[in-house]
Design a protein around this ligand. Structure first.
Ligand code: UDP
Length: 330
């Protein structure tokens, strides 16, 4: 039997990372998952531990990364990714996007592996161009609360391109727009788990600002397909992956009220600093280069996600603080 090709996935216990592990295992790879479990949760990958083709390393990629044996691909998905997380752990957020990416680029070089890094629509900041094409340079406040995430991801793109140019490394950069689905953390502050959690607890739904800000939500299965195609493509420049179906946050709250059947109402809270007013991906490039576009409607995706949240043990609903935060602040 030929030996399986080996893939390293960082952030493996996170929302997107865990779905990537599933996908690569089902495609017949040997998957090495890595996570320091600050924001990741082993329950997301518990079902994989019995598989002979899955290994897990509990490691912080901001420190030197060693993986014995060959690697065909590296996918760097380790990072806090919600505004609440990076407000609480700003230094770690900066380190994993910068030092962590540097370590993984070095590992990719030594293994002659292709590396795909997870960038974000946050590189566009509060965008002045709408929808956002990859050619837009963005409108980011480097010293605002989101700066630690946005600038780490911008640095990540820069160093990844530098390794591509100077070391001829095979690199891929995906700019991920708002994504949702099963295994999101219920209490990470993101709008979808926030609204569903509030509906399930019988609380009012908190809309920040007047709710006129927009987002465009992509279901996780569509995102994973886009990432998989990008990795296998020969395109080294950033590609937006997201669903262009744009909606205001107020409309989104109303959809969640309808979906959950809650009798609670909408209450308004102050808009967080530097909260982008609008966000919608221009996915022309993904369509042309990858032949990709999203397939799952918001109605269908929200139904699946709601079923997932309903299936969680009830105490999860009230577990506001992530258990591992404090021990990791350094
Ligand atoms: N938001 C909201 N109520 C909440 C949580 C978030 O109105 O309880 C808003 C938030 O201000 C933002 C949008 O929903 O305008 C999306 O927020 P999220 O944190 O999910 O992602 P991001 O701002 O990074 O797109």
């Amino acid at each position: 039997m030929p030996k399986k090709e080996r893939v390293l996935i960082t952030g493996a216990a996170g929302f997107i990372g865990s779905h990537l592990c599933d996908r690569f295992l089902s495609e017949g790879y040997h998957v090495i998952g890595m996570d320091n479990l600050i924001t990741g949760d082993l329950r997301n990958i518990e079902h994989l531990f019995r598989l002979p083709d899955f290994e897990f390393y509990h490691h912080d990629v901001s420190k030197f990364v060693h993986v014995p044996g060959s690697l065909k691909y590296i996918l760097h998905f380790a990072s806090p990714a919600s505004p609440i997380d990076y407000l609480k752990i700003p230094i770690q957020t900066l380190k994993v996007g910068s030092l962590g990416t540097h370590n993984l680029l070095g590992l990719a070089r030594s293994k002659k592996a292709r590396i795909l890094v997870a960038s974000t629509s946050e590189v566009y900041g509060d965008p002045l161009v709408h929808p956002q094409p990859e050619t837009y340079y963005g409108n980011v406040n480097p010293i605002g609360p989101r700066g630690v995430y946005d600038e780490a991801k911008r640095f990540q793109e820069a160093i990844t391109m530098a390794y591509h140019t100077y070391h001829k490394l095979e690199t891929r950069i995906v700019r991920i727009f708002n994504t949702y689905g099963p295994r999101m953390r219920l209490n990470d502050g993101r709008v979808l788990p926030a609204f569903i959690g509030q509906a399930l607890r019988g609380e009012d739904l908190t809309v920040f600002g007047d709710g006129s800000q927009t987002r465009s939500f992509c279901f996780i299965d569509d995102l994973i397909e886009g990432i998989y195609r990008l990795l296998l493509s020969d395109y080294p420049y950033p590609v937006n992956i997201g669903n262009p179906d744009e909606i205001t946050i107020l409309q989104f709250a109303q959809e969640i009220i309808k979906l959950t059947g809650t009798s609670q109402k909408i209450v308004y809270k102050p808009l967080p600093v530097d909260d982008p007013k609008q966000r919608q991906p221009d996915i022309t490039k993904a369509r042309e280069i990858l032949g990709w576009e999203p397939k799952v409607s918001r109605q269908e995706g929200l139904r699946i996600t709601y079923e997932y949240f309903k299936s969680l043990p009830e105490e999860t609903l009230y577990h506001r603080e992530h258990k591992n935060f404090e021990q990791h602040i350094q």
